[in-house]
Design a binder for this molecule. Structure first.
Ligand code: PLP
Length: 375
């Protein structure tokens, strides 16, 4: 059976060079980076070279990068420490954030009494910047937590604009860039972002490793205790091979960015054309001309009763995509992201998220269309 992977917003295939780099580190640098003997020093050296490489690629200081086990941990760390250690009393976020932010702020609202304000989402799934400014103008000790690229619909936040608004109103700015790091250039020397979060497995690196960028002189405190690793900000023996793999993956993604971005953008255009040709009533959550180049959320003109079987049938035919709705106890619940801005009628239509990488081709899209036509 043919196998087609179109679920790259969930995770990505590792690059061969990344696997080679990780294998080399596992073979040659097994020491504990905290040990003072040369085995330890060699492993520590791998970590520090990786940190420098990542910092160079996003234009910040190496000391501003803290390695974590994943994007979720980095988001939790920044949000919790901002409330506990920076005196943040209010968080402005949105209903379309990843649960790594959304569920976290909901818990801290209960635990610490932090006020949570949700900025309006417009009909195309983008953030209402006027509403953000209105909220910011009620000056309180605020952390703004808004994601760069949305993982379900691909809407893109204007980082420069939000960072500037936060500066104007003395708010901290945290952005979850898990879906955009390695797929676009971010220059932290130009944009006054305070905190940023990334995860290696979204840019052809390994799972189980990510990082937090914390702007110099912002005094966060750790959530994991019991060791002095990462300048005391994240206890626990570092995953040396994963960190080296992440640095390699970021380096390669940015080296190949322009070529891969162009190819993937063409694939997305081709999918839109083919869908419109074969299913004239198709439409999209978010404007596909404006959303990020590697993701598209398709609302299919199929009957509601096809929702629960759609992903299963695609999978039976070897096609991997994601659904924007979660099946819970037999009933289909729309995703929290789509619920934030789609009409009731649109929410009742079957919906799939297709997300590309440079490993995809037009044949993959032809095959997806072929299978969809049979459903
Ligand atoms: N934030 C966003 C936007 C994501 O898409 C994801 C993963 O799907 C995460 C955070 C969580 O990252 P990780 O899998 O590294 O915990």
């Amino acid at each position: 059976m043919k196998h087609v992977y179109l679920d790259n917003a969930s995770t990505t295939q590792l690059r061969k060079e990344v696997i080679n780099e990780m294998t080399k580190v596992m073979n040659e640098n097994f020491g504990n980076p905290s040990s003072t003997h040369h085995f330890g020093r060699d492993a520590k050296n791998v970590i520090e070279l990786s940190r420098k490489s990542i910092a160079k690629n996003i234009n910040c200081n190496a000391q501003e990068i803290i390695f974590t086990s994943c994007g979720t941990e980095a988001n939790n760390f920044i949000i919790l420490s901002s409330i506990r250690d920076l005196g943040v009393k209010r968080i402005i976020t949105s209903k379309i954030e990843h649960h790594a932010v959304l569920h976290t702020v909901e818990v801290f609202e209960k635990q610490f009494g932090t006020k949570i304000d949700y900025v309006n989402i417009l009909d195309d799934g983008t953030i209402d910047y006027n509403d953000l400014e209105t909220l910011l103008s009620q000056e309180q000790n605020t952390l703004v937590s808004l994601m760069h690229v949305n993982n379900e619909i691909g809407t893109v936040l204007n980082l420069e604009k939000v960072a500037q608004l936060c500066k104007n109103y003395n708010a901290y700015f945290h952005t979850d860039t898990v879906q955009s790091i390695g797929k676009t250039r971010i220059d932290l020397s130009q944009i006054p972002i305070d905190f940023l979060v990334a995860s290696a497995h979204k840019f052809h690196g390994p799972k189980g490793v990510g990082f937090a960028f914390i702007r110099k002189n912002i005094a966060l405190k750790p959530i994991l205790l019991g060791g002095e690793q990462e300048k005391g900000l994240r206890a626990g023996t570092e995953s040396v091979h994963n960190i080296a793999g992440m640095a390699k993956a970021l380096e390669l993604s940015l080296e190949n960015l322009e070529t891969e971005k162009n190819n993937i953008s063409e694939l997305k255009k081709y999918l839109v054309e083919q869908l419109q040709l074969n299913f004239p009533e198709v439409h999209f959550a978010g404007n596909p001309d404006e959303t990020f180049y590697n993701v598209i959320n398709v609302i299919l003109p199929f009957d509601t009763n096809k929702i629960s079987m759609l992903l299963f049938q695609l999978d039976m035919n070897g096609v991997a995509v994601s659904r924007g709705s979660a099946c819970q106890s037999g009933s289909v619940k729309p995703s929290h992201v789509l619920e934030a801005f789609l009409s009731h009628e649109e929410l009742n239509k079957p919906n799939i998220r297709v997300s590309f990488s440079h490993y995809n081709s037009t044949e993959d899209i032809d095959y997806l269309i072929e299978v969809l036509k049979k459903i």
